[in-house]
Design a binder for this molecule. Structure first.
Ligand code: SF4
Ligand code: SF4
Length: 215
């Protein structure tokens, strides 16, 4: 009997480079501001070019509190409503950086954290008994279970320690990103900023300047 992926006792995975995660119409490619800065730096992009590779996807209807709580990256306030920020998708559903002919990612070495961690998701669990002891747990994402053929009974067991290292970086980048989004949304609600996509990217670029001029 074929075992269901979500029932595997130990995590198994090997990327088969099928590209499903890059072309799935219903998969939005999350980006954090760290991803945006990494891609910008590596490709030497100007602000207009950054806006060209990003998609600001407006929700059809406002997400509920419960839906918002499930999102790993919350939406940002824009002049058109709440928007999810990700890499732009082509009309066919492929990621902007997917090379359909070569069947590969054009920015593989600097791909967003979301792509690096797929098909896993990571969470921190705090142990109340032992102060300051936090543990990172990982599991397959719903999308991974849905369409990633690299998760299968015959795939090798993963090196959990190595993956946890990646997960730790992902959690740190996501936490910093979510703080930025919280500040942005609050500033927008108080009328302190004009919440355009361009201004959002400018805010991110200013973070880079602050990092390089810490004084
Ligand atoms: S769907 Fe899975 S196997 Fe296919 S490219 Fe993505 S991670 Fe690799
Ligand atoms: S950035 Fe690369 S790995 Fe990530 S979805 Fe796009 S093509 Fe795939």
């Amino acid at each position: 009997m074929v075992q269901k992926k979500e029932e595997f006792k130990d995590l198994r995975f090997e990327c088969l480079r099928c590209g499903n995660c890059c072309v799935d119409k219903n998969t939005l490619v999350n980006v954090t501001y760290s991803d945006i800065l990494r891609i910008k730096k590596s490709l030497n992009l100007k602000i207009e070019e950054i806006l060209e590779i990003l998609g600001f996807y407006i929700f059809d209807k406002s997400p509920s509190k419960e839906e918002l709580g499930k999102m790993v990256i919350p939406p940002i306030e824009t002049e058109r409503g709440l928007a999810f920020t990700g890499l732009k998708k082509k009309p066919s559903g492929e990621c902007y950086f997917y090379d359909d002919k070569g069947k590969k990612c054009l920015i593989y070495k600097i791909r967003p954290m979301f792509c690096r961690t797929f098909p896993f998701t990571f969470r921190i669990f705090f142990n109340k008994e032992i102060a300051n002891k936090a543990k990172i747990r990982m599991q397959y994402t719903e999308k991974g279970i849905e369409y990633c053929p690299g998760i299968c009974e015959n795939a090798p067991l993963i090196d959990e320690d190595e993956w946890i290292k990646v997960g730790k970086i992902a959690i740190e980048e996501m936490s910093a990103n979510n703080i930025l989004i919280k500040q942005w949304n609050e500033a927008s609600q108080k009328g302190k900023i004009t919440p355009t996509a361009r201004n959002f990217v400018l805010t991110i670029l200013n973070l880079e300047k602050k990092d390089s001029n810490p004084d």
